[in-house]
Design a protein around this ligand. Sequence first.
Ligand code: FES
Length: 118
Amino acid sequence: MAGFLKRLFGGGKQGVTVPGGATIEEGTARGVDIGDPLAGGTRVILAKVDGEVFAVDSRCPHAGGQIQTGPLEKDRFVVCPLHRYFFDPRTGHAEGVACAPVKRYRVVTRGDDVEVFV
Ligand code: FES
């Protein structure tokens, strides 16, 4: 029960509003800095798939490359350009390769904005 409540309310994590985050184009990814990445902040990649916005960490779990922004591969995968691994932003799982999943963050849509729990 405690685990369920924790997940329901963002796992105790801070929700950060990204203005206009829900308006990104379908099949694209956009980078957003949550705080200063050079001072403990996080760079998050927002990706819209099937009308829903998902958030993943910008750091690739393979070898630390930076997930790219722009059009999604096959309209649904974010891509790390270093070795061209594809990740499904809905699940975080790598596509077709043995690799740890990319870290995902919970997203709540509020009109044109999204709240990302980092
Ligand atoms: S570092 Fe991202 S695919 Fe290798």
